[in-house]
Design a binder for this molecule. Sequence first.
Ligand code: FES
Length: 382
Amino acid sequence: MSSGPHAPHRPTEAELDDMTPDQLATLAAELDDVVILRNLSKFPIPGTRAEKRAERAVATWFLLSGLSAAAFVAAYLFWPSQYRAPSEPGYQIYALYTPVIGATFGLSVLLLGVGLISYVKRFLPDEVSVQQRHDGPSDELSRRTVMAQLAKAGKDTTIARRGLIKRSIGIAAGVFGLGFGVIALGGLIRDPWKGGAKAVLWVTAWGSDDGEKVYLRRDTGASGEEIIKNGIRGIRVRPEDMNTGSMETVFPFRMSDLQHSERLDAVLKMSDVPVMLIRLRPGEPVIQRAGRENFHYGDFYAYSKVCTHLGCPTSLYEAQTNRILCPCHQSQFLATEYAKPVFGPATRALPQLPITVDSEGYFVARSDFNEAVGPGFWERKS
Ligand code: FES
């Protein structure tokens, strides 16, 4: 704030109260050692056709932004996002899901920005001001005059009398905000606790309410239809199929699935069922978890493949150290000690699937996991 010998007259409180916002803004510039070299209105005569044209051009950007945002919301809600394998019908549409929501969202942000820049370039006055730099906190006089200056700047934007642009900004911002709302609330609309004790977070397809046998199935790459046509040879796992110190990823399989090819396909896409079936080397000292002493079958141990940190697949098994590694954040679990975490951010052991071998010599699950798989959530006790 200027205080030198040529500083402008500092008005009293009463004089300040009598000043118009324009006078206060001018005073603010003088007090701040600001010299306005040029201030030219883009449309000195309001209401000309050129001004209306400029207004429509700006409104068009905002409306296009609103349309893109609406397209984003529609795509987010209705575009088929269910996973489809490349060989399945509908894959092309599914594969476009992420590009479509990314493109529509990005376009709406871009068009909103273009609209704002276009407005500033077309309607804000051409002003060149020079200010001397000064230090120190602002006093009451400065604060009041600066506020007046800001108000004047707002007035200079002429937005108050541009209804079309205001409405188009409102539409763009409204639909844009709706998009954000949809993203924020979208995940909360489905109730994960529907079904009570059988809610989707508590149980997996390894459980069998009707007593039907649940085999441990390997993914041979054959589709459901091919399995039904060519038979199930090779998809059920037997102890002699695996070398010592090896690991295989397995999924649940019921004989009744052979009536429905889509079930055979669907089970491979369920995020909570993949299990690592590990055959330890003979003679490895093992520590069983209390209450799970009979979950294994000989040297075979079955652990959920879903990391208890953030849910990545714990795909790597190192036979030399008996460690299971999650590649996402390097959590390590000890296969010889109920898959308890020994390194990295995971804090809970991988759930263990109780297994045995049936009279025909195939691995079967004795029941579902006895705890929820995957990362922790508030309601779980363990
Ligand atoms: S998800 Fe496995 S370590 Fe983070």
